[in-house]
Design a binder for this molecule. Structure first.
Ligand SMILES: [Mn+2]
Length: 465
């Protein structure tokens, strides 16, 4: 793993140099400039905003923040009429460089890891695609962190926020790689890393729910089954319930009982390819209280995704900046997020037989699933082990603005550029925004193109395209 080739090392170094060149350009500008920060609403976007906002606050810079679902011409036109001196685009903007150049003569900095087709000279772009680096080895919050650290070494204490953003963008795969692993080194002062079962929600959820909702690792007869999870725990004859008969959280169990659960999960998985593949890294914040959604970086990242989906990004930023007052509100958001997600999953499960087209699952939810939830639903379905590896999941949901939000995912890890395929299909019906990454991407099309889009999907043999 550590055998870096000479070339790899140089591209990383080139990237770090690019960051410091841009920081130098930035600090040469007038200190009294008013800065506008525009960022994405997802976990990576919120972490990015928090890092840059904290860094600017420490320098006494004047700035304001807007978090948006996506960049489009309408938004750029609106921004071009606003009064500010410097524009920062975080976790978005790379694929609109030409339109940005046409509209802004003031300095623009883009800190982003999404792909771009056009690179102008008048926009300051910090993007790993400029080098031989993949989007998987650094998130936008990682880029923002490097920028902040270069601006002032005191910002090293924000490294853990960059990891939360990276986790939100699914860059943690039993560890971090590439530039993310350098950021992890900086974060070690603030976080503990332990090996343990890859169960989500150990800090906050009762153990039966942790197991029932566990899709990775998949637990036969337990994942997706409320009764199955309870039976599994009761059969182990461990001390899993409190005095009221309710299940405890995993962090409340003693070591021996946790070992029994781990062994039980492995035994249930004996028919799977790698039954013992249930371990991963657990990252916890040292000086955070046990049992909160902010203790475990993976839970923190889910929380940030949740607040984004409920249009509460400013709450997410306050949580990142450690504002204790915000915690109660965040618990309410998580609860509504959970019930929204469960409703979406139930709707999917009772209709799923209508969605199958060979190796393609088209979840045309219309108004049945929120547009902000369709991507999560597609991800969960893709990870559920219910469909063959390589199956493509396309989720579609109506938005408030009479558009259709499209989210596409692949089941299992296969090398396929789903993003270009989706782009190709969308381009046949018109010029509509389409973006994301190779294995997780999305698009936005008008409602009246619904049938045309589905026809395009079915006409394309996605796997051999
Ligand atoms: Mn991102």
């Amino acid at each position: 793993m550590n055998g870096h080739t000479r070339e790899e090392k140089y591209t990383k170094l080139d990237f770090l140099n690019l960051v410091s060149d841009n920081v130098n350009k930035f600090i040469q500008l007038n200190k009294n400039n008013y800065i506008k920060i525009v960022s994405h609403i997802d976990c990576d976007g919120i972490s990015s905003t928090s890092i840059i906002a904290k860094a600017f606050e420490r320098e006494d810079f004047r700035f304001s923040i807007a978090n948006v679902k996506q960049i489009d011409i309408k938004l750029l036109d609106k921004l071009s009429k606003e009064n500010f001196d410097i524009l920062f685009l975080l976790d978005l903007g790379s694929d609109y460089m030409k339109e940005i150049e046409e509209r802004f003569s003031k300095p623009v900095f883009i800190l982003d890891h999404h792909k771009f087709n056009y690179k102008g000279d008048n926009v300051n772009l910090v993007n790993p695609h400029l080098f031989n680096l993949s989007y998987e080895e650094i998130s936008s919050s990682g880029i923002c962190y490097l920028f902040a650290k270069c601006l002032n070494d005191n910002n090293k204490d924000l490294a853990y926020l960059a990891l939360i953003g990276a986790i939100g963008d699914m860059q943690e795969k039993n560890g971090f790689s590439g530039i993310n692993s350098l950021i992890l080194e900086d974060a070690k002062e603030k976080i503990d890393i332990e090996k343990g079962p890859r169960f989500f929600g150990m800090q906050t959820k009762p153990i039966n729910k942790v197991l029932e909702y566990c899709t990775d690792p998949y637990i036969p007869n337990v994942t997706g089954s409320s009764d199955g999870a309870i039976r599994f725990l009761d059969d182990l004859e461990i001390d899993a319930r409190d005095e009221n008969g309710r299940f405890k959280r995993l962090i409340d169990l003693d070591k021996e009982d946790i070992q029994k659960i781990i062994a039980g999960v492995i035994v249930n998985r004996l028919d799977e390819e790698n039954p013992e593949d249930i371990f991963g890294n657990i990252y916890t914040i040292k000086d955070e209280e046990k049992g909160t959604s902010m203790k475990d970086l993976k839970e923190f990242s889910t929380l940030l995704n949740a607040v984004g989906r409920f249009d509460k990004t400013s709450l997410g930023i306050r949580l990142c900046l450690n504002d204790k007052e915000s915690r109660k509100e965040s618990a309410e958001i998580l609860n509504s997020y959970k019930s929204e997600l469960i409703n979406s999953l139930n709707w999917f499960n009772s209709n799923k037989n209508n969605f199958i087209f060979n190796n393609l699952i088209i979840i045309n939810a219309k108004d049945n699933v929120k547009d902000t939830m369709i991507g999560t639903l597609a991800s969960i379905v893709a990870k559920s082990n219910a469909y063959d590896k390589g199956t493509i999941i396309v989720g579609m949901a109506y938005t408030k603005d009479n558009d259709i939000k499209i989210s596409a995912r692949i089941c299992g890890y296969i090398n396929l550029d789903l993003r270009s395929m989706l782009k190709e299909i969308v381009s046949r019906i018109g010029d509509y925004p389409c973006g994301g990454h190779k294995a997780a991407c999305g698009a936005l099309i008008p409602k009246d193109k619904e049938e045309e889009f589905i026809k395009g999907l079915l006409d394309t043999n996605l796997l051999t395209a």
